[in-house]
Design a protein around this ligand. Structure first.
Ligand code: GCW
Length: 707
């Protein structure tokens, strides 16, 4: 009986500690700190100086965070009167900050400084910056230290890139292209009349990780976004986001002048077209004085563009760049283009179209390049365009939503993929010419720089479709701010804030996150395989599919498996030669090509011996099996962590991992059943797909995979 009572008491205690959470609070949960930390983080008063919408947002966030974590919001004071004050502001907004003569020069416009100081004999901490938004970023960084139970050490941080922007592929009817987290959070119907509190929480979350721009509408754009009615709606949204340092940009449809104003043409050289864009820019900037600019997908996958009139991408980009230049706007022109030409290797397409235009773009145009030359695969070599346009500002585009990596449910932390891209050495100017240095503009001295991420945000309670998908939003922001931060460090930071700082929990979760990207590569597309997902929705395996309307949309185009071998000869296609030396030589030789890119660059016989000594076929089987095993390990690792997580979030992760495991098995078995018919070699004695190939081929779209 006593035992029973004890157990009950323990269970009750535990239940209070682990209150059910939907995930809505993201990494800004501000739950109470453990007793031993109360003194370390105590704040006697916030000394805030003058007020502004952004400084108020910083102070409100500090109050909210400190109230949650320490039990009560600190008092507000005009001066430092005792130990433990938190002083915030810029030299302009706060005489206390001005009096400290802090070294703020290195911080630029958006950086911040957190420093422990003594003011009039009293110990205090100061969060200072050159601008109000820098103070806001500093406030979030300060709260991050407390949430992750780090000491409040002196910190100086400034972003490496200027534009850190989310691209929402959200349609005006609230459907989301490649969205797996519910409907769009942007409700155009109720704008401008209603500002959903969710917009403010969205802005807070973005500001907390340094994101300073957003495009609310899909790059497959609806011309209506530029109508007077929608500009008024966009203004309301921009006004709501502004205090958080977030600028609004819009995706535009090239043919908008024809669709909205019935012009006869959208030819960039036509004076009436130029006049239309000029008037439109004036109209937008009147409503939104800090409007960021335009994002354009043109002559890509059927979208209209300047090529429809015999003009090129630079002609189009420059026209709209010129009209927004006087207002300080930029044009982000996407390089995601490929012609429907079966003789052309799709991987070579963007380079061929864009490299000849290097030097002809205005300085307020940024060409936005996806990390890889095909399309956000689980793994791709970096796009060779990055090293080939030194006279043009280039901006990296990453996909946060997991279109090709398990969509809503699979636990795949994208930090390692983003890090692999940013650290990739292009050799554009010799060794050390990383993508980080190209996207931040430093390699060739470009003033405009940035990183774009295709958002994974929707109106699901947890914003991103799963708790672990939130980590991908988080790591995008953190890496856009600091292109050299490690994926592991960010995973740890996120885990501590999202769950608990207890190392018994943090260490296994971080290990799990760090291994998850390689797992998805293994169970979907090992050894350089790519784009073998089912046509259209890209969910599930379909390496056999040769039915898509365009040859370069068919999985068989990307692996060309036959009895004599598998893989694409991208030396012959001219793709390998698009890289700088020594990469082009390395990728041109089979033995020198890193094995993770083997079948990306080369077509090899099934009995080719890889480094492990296995045949290509045996190695492929080993990778697919390893991927599934890694998911099983994630399941058992997670199961052991139940005591640390509330039931709601624990349950979601548990069930999603079970789905991921079933689908990893499906991927492994369907792909191996397919490739086996060509390999001419047996399965290993302890493995074979459960069903014949015809079973997997007959599975209807979105059908559950077999148990
Ligand atoms: O990844 C592909 C997607 C399309 C997308 C396109 C693009 C917005 O399948 O849905 O369209 O890329 O990036 O433009």
């Amino acid at each position: 009986m006593r035992l029973y009572v004890c157990a009950l008491a323990a269970a009750m205690l535990f239940a209070t500690a682990a209150k059910a959470e939907t995930g809505y609070d993201l990494w800004l949960r501000y739950t109470p700190v453990e007793a031993q930390y109360k003194n370390r983080y105590a704040v006697s008063a916030i000394v805030a100086g003058a007020s502004s919408p952004t400084l108020d947002a910083a102070r409100d966030e500090l109050n909210r965070g400190l109230a949650g974590m320490l039990g009560a919001a600190p008092a507000t004071a005009g001066t430092v009167t005792g130990d433990g004050a938190l002083v915030i502001g810029t030299p302009a907004s706060s005489s206390v900050v001005a009096g400290l003569n802090l070294p703020l020069n290195a911080l630029g416009r958006e950086g911040y400084l957190i420093r422990n100081v003594v003011i009039g004999g009293r110990k205090a901490t100061v969060i200072a910056a050159n601008s109000d938004v820098g103070v806001l970023y500093g406030a979030f960084a300060y709260l991050r230290l407390i949430q992750s139970r780090q000491p409040i050490a002196d910190t100086l941080s400034a972003p490496k890139t200027k534009i850190r922007i989310l691209n929402h592929w959200d349609n005006l009817d609230r459907s989301v292209e490649r969205g797996y987290a519910g409907a769009s959070i942007f409700n155009w119907h109720t704008l401008p009349g209603h500002i959903s509190p969710r917009y403010i929480d969205y802005a807070r979350a973005n500001a907390s990780i340094g994101i300073n721009g957003m495009v609310p509408n899909n790059v497959n754009a609806n011309a209506a976004i530029l109508s007077a009615e929608y500009i008024e709606k966009a203004k309301a949204l921009a006004d709501a986001l502004r205090p958080y340092g977030i600028r609004l940009y819009l995706s535009v449809r090239w043919s908008a002048p024809m669709e909205i104003s019935k012009l006869k043409t959208a030819d960039p050289m036509d004076p009436a077209v130029k006049a239309w864009w000029q008037a439109k820019a004036a109209e937008i900037y009147k409503a939104i004085p800090d409007f960021g600019g335009f994002l354009v997908k043109a002559n890509s996958e059927g979208q209209p563009g300047p090529q429809d009139y015999g003009r090129n991408h630079a002609d189009g980009a420059n026209l709209i760049a010129d009209v927004i230049k006087p207002y300080g706007g930029v044009v982000m022109w996407r390089a995601f283009v490929y012609a429907n030409d079966p003789k052309l290797d799709r991987a070579t397409a963007a380079y061929k179209e864009f490299v000849p235009l290097d030097g002809s773009f205005r300085d307020n145009v940024v060409v936005q390049v996806k990390n890889g030359p095909i399309d956000f695969m689980p793994r791709e070599p970096f796009s060779p365009l990055f090293a080939a346009m030194p006279k043009t500002s280039l901006m990296l585009e990453l996909q946060i939503t997991k279109e090709y990596l398990g969509q809503q449910t699979h636990l795949v932390y994208l930090g390692p993929l983003f890090e692999e891209t940013l650290k990739a050495d292009t050799y554009a100017r010799g060794p050390g010419s990383t993508i980080a240095k190209i996207t931040d503009g430093s390699l060739d001295g470009h003033a405009t720089s940035g990183v774009a991420g295709v958002a994974n945000i929707g109106n699901d309670a947890d914003w991103s479709g799963s708790i672990f998908n939130q980590a991908n939003w988080y790591v995008f922001g953190r890496m856009a701010w600091d292109t050299e931060i490690s994926a592991r460090a960010v995973a740890e930071e996120w885990t501590r804030q999202t769950f608990t700082a207890d190392p018994q929990f943090v260490n296994p979760v971080v290990n799990m996150m760090m291994a998850s990207r390689e797992a998805v590569v293994d169970y979907m597309t090992p050894l350089g395989l790519h784009h073998i997902m089912a046509y259209g929705h890209h969910m599930g395996p379909a390496p056999w599919d040769d039915t898509g309307p365009r040859e370069d949309w068919r999985p068989v185009y990307y692996h060309r498996a036959a009895k004599d071998g598998v893989g694409v000869d991208r030396v012959a296609s001219g793709y390998a030669a698009q890289y700088r030396s020594p990469l082009k030589e390395r990728f041109s030789k089979v033995a020198a090509t890193p094995e993770e890119y083997l079948l990306w660059f080369h077509r090899l016989p099934w009995d080719y011996r890889v480094k492990s000594g296995r045949t290509l076929w045996q190695e492929m089987v080993a990778h697919y099996r390893r991927g599934v095993d890694a998911v099983a390990k994630m399941q058992s690792d997670w199961a052991a962590l139940k005591p640390y997580v509330d039931d709601e979030r624990f349950g979601q992760v548990t069930s999603f991992l079970a789905i991921q495991h079933r689908e990893a098995v499906w991927w492994r078995d369907a792909c191996l059943a397919y490739f086996a018919q060509f390999s001419g070699q047996p399965f290993p004695p302890d493995y074979a797909p459960k069903y014949p190939l015809s079973y997997y081929q007959a599975m209807p779209i979105y059908a559950s995979p077999p148990p």
